[in-house]
Design a binder for this molecule. Structure first.
Ligand code: CA
Length: 676
């Protein structure tokens, strides 16, 4: 063995020239190096203990990405020689590299996520749409990365669930977009829980759409702060009814501006600690309500770009959607400026994407399908991500990716461990975004539609499969998305092996969902949170009672005229307790005086409607397409305290009936609040 004067143990290890007796000395060396690294803040946190040793986060300013080291300074002697030598070598090389750097701990990156609602891939100027201008959103692609093919679900709540969990939504309990089907199972771990556990401050501002009652409520899913509405499809965007951490409040001004304002306050308040800020907007989803200032800009604008089926375009709807996208862009600009003003831009990851394809027929790059479809146009959305100094400006990512990838990607970027026990369907996009040279394996991504009417009247789930080159649609047609992005030519016969393998993948995906696709039998929990809302959306109308609109999410019950009518909720009281019952209602003076009775498991609470509240129906006056018939417009419902009732723990039917109706109706009912 040849020892050269001045050689470091690391150099000697590299040459394989370390003598056995020197290993002890090296161990001592490592222990000292670790101690010094701790003291200097190079290794600033012990992440976890594993059978192989300790996993550390090594914090280095001039090293492009955060590194993890697994090392067992106390147990190295029992490791196999090769492993031991490798571990020593890796650690020593790292420490020798790092010890020359200034020992300043890099703060963990903040995260801001914008999620638009029903904005298609085509609804951005950066994608070539000349019908609108979105300079602020586009700037994220200039200063960061733009994904060519980023996939989400065909509708709202499922995409939110996939983003939150990193898992395909049919696995998570989410079945639909309303009446409780949008709820994310309580045993799923969210990205907010993951970041909160790692010490982040977490806030969500907007359309949650994954459950309204605790423990489904955002405050129970990892968000310290929540402002918005927990269901989908709201009926009014100006001064609407919203909630703030479970308390019902009145929003201020146009909803997108208001949500942004709240998010900016959250960023301000948490500027000195790492924060995770989720902004799930609810536009350009209908109702097509947008401030005049934005609509007027597009009202008479010449439109150059059109849908592949131009005759299907609805101009007032289309122009309103463009205006809403420009309003979002203005709001994104405000947040980016806030980050600049607070000097947080360099240490904040900003993401912009949308939750499904466009909600109308408008230019969408010639793709087939729109919102609701599991063809390319229904599930491909914009995806832009900026992280100055880390992600190269102007980066274009060709590889397919999707909402399921965001949890593993952001956790890796922030250097925090995943805490969920369930397998994640997504994968970290860090190698693609940080230009780390390595093979990127192709994969199948799945798009699902549960219980759609397909062949004849038979309802069965549909799956569409996408890999880098092909899409297999729900009916077994195969499309080469490179040469035929509009899905016009079925090439299954030309590529039988591909078609067969992708069909098998689709069948396998469905087989894995066995047991999680049945009807939703989950009751609405009462008592988990201090206040439990039971909106009309989650209730059932009996007798002559009817919903105010086709879309249940923002609806209320009306036409309650008879004593054998009733309104019920399938609930599970989680804690036996006295609950104060508050009803949000409307009733004109002429119909006052009805006596109503709330009952659960044989216990009743009686009350009388004594105060008139006769507000007008609002929403249509601001809707640019009020005649489409799909909206649930709103009233300013007032709270009325019915009294206090002792509810026994357990599942049952919570019902309200009228025992005396002196007028032509009992009242209109929007919501019950049960306060512990
Ligand atoms: Ca949507």
């Amino acid at each position: 063995m040849e020892l050269v004067e001045g050689q470091t143990p690391a150099e000697r290890l590299k040459r394989g020239s370390l003598a056995h007796e020197e290993t002890l000395e090296t161990c001592q060396h490592i222990a000292e190096a670790l101690e010094a690294a701790y003291a200097q803040g190079i290794i600033h946190r012990e992440l976890s203990q594993t059978p192989g040793g300790f996993l550390f986060e090594v914090n280095a300013r001039r090293v492009q990405e955060r590194k993890f080291m697994r090392i067992s300074p106390h147990h190295t002697m029992s490791m196999p020689g090769a492993t031991r030598r490798f571990t020593f070598l890796a650690l020593l090389l790292f420490l020798s590299q790092l010890s020359t750097l200034p020992a300043v701990a890099t703060p963990r990156p903040n995260v801001v996520i914008f999620l638009a609602d029903d904005q298609g891939w085509g609804d951005l100027s950066v994608h070539g749409n000349k019908n609108l201008s979105t300079p602020n959103i586009d700037s994220l692609a200039r200063d960061g990365a733009l994904f060519d093919r980023f996939f989400v679900c065909r509708v709202c709540a499922p995409t939110r669930a996939e983003f939150l969990t990193g898992r395909y939504y049919p696995r998570t309990g989410v079945r639909g977009v309303s009446t409780g089907q949008e709820r994310l199972n309580v045993d799923e771990i969210t990205i907010a829980q993951t970041f909160k556990k790692a010490g982040y401050r977490t806030g969500a501002f907007g359309k949650w759409h994954n459950g309204s009652q605790g423990p489904y409520h955002p405050n129970a899913r990892g968000f310290d702060e929540y402002y918005g509405f927990t269901s989908g499809h709201w009926g009014n965007y100006f001064d609407p009814m919203l909630e703030h951490n479970g308390k019902i409040v009145r929003g201020k001004g146009y909803i997108t501006d208001d949500l942004t304002e709240r998010a900016m306050t959250f960023i301000d308040e948490n500027k000195d600690e790492p924060f995770f800020c989720y902004l799930p907007y609810n536009t350009p989803h209908s109702p097509m309500q947008v401030p005049d200032e934005f609509f007027d800009r597009v009202a008479h604008r010449p439109l150059e770009m059109h849908n592949r089926d131009p005759q299907r375009e609805n101009m007032p709807h289309l122009r309103a959607a463009l205006a809403m996208c420009e309003n979002i862009d203005w709001n994104v600009g405000r947040v980016l400026k806030k980050l600049d003003d607070l000097e947080l831009t360099d240490n904040t990851i900003v993401i912009y994407f949308s939750d499904n394809g466009p909600n109308g027929w408008r230019w969408n790059g010639g793709m087939k399908g729109r919102k609701g479809s599991i063809d390319e146009g229904g599930v491909r959305v914009p995806f832009l991500i900026r992280w100055p100094g880390k992600i190269k400006p102007g980066l274009r990512v060709e590889q397919i990716a999707g909402a399921v990838d965001l949890l593993p990607t952001l956790a890796e970027f922030a250097g925090i461990p995943l805490i969920g026990k369930k397998p994640i369907d997504g994968r970290s996009l860090q190698p693609l975004l940080l230009g780390q040279a390595r093979e990127w394996e192709d994969r199948n991504m799945f798009h699902f539609a549960g219980g759609r009417t397909t062949r004849g009247n038979k309802k069965e789930p549909l799956v569409s499969v996408r890999n880098q080159r092909f899409r297999l649609d729900a009916f077994g047609n195969l499309f080469d998305m490179v040469t035929d992005p509009g899905q016009d030519r079925n090439v299954a016969a030309r590529h039988p092996r591909v078609a067969k393998s992708m069909s098998a993948a689709a069948r396998q995906f469905l087989a894995e969902l066995e047991g999680s696709l049945g009807p939703d039998d989950r009751p609405f929990p009462i008592g988990f949170s201090k206040s439990t809302p039971l909106p009309a959306r989650d209730g059932k109308a009996h007798g002559d009672v009817e919903r105010s609109g086709r879309a249940p999410n923002c609806s209320f019950f009306r036409n309650w005229t008879r004593k054998d009518d009733k309104i019920t909720w399938d609930v599970e009281v989680t804690e036996t307790a006295a609950y104060q019952v508050v009803i949000y209602y409307a009733c004109p003076q002429a119909d006052l005086g009805s006596t109503i009775e709330l009952s659960f498991k044989g216990v009743t609470l009686e009350g009388k409607v004594t105060q008139a509240n006769d507000p007008p129906l609002r929403g249509a006056e601001n809707d640019r397409t009020p005649d489409r018939g799909g909206e649930s417009y709103v009233k300013t419902f007032k709270p009325m305290t019915l009294g206090t009732i002792r509810l026994e723990a357990g599942r049952g039917e919570l019902a309200i009936r009228a025992t005396d109706i002196p007028g032509s109706q009992v009242m209109e009912v929007r919501l019950l609040m049960l306060n512990r």
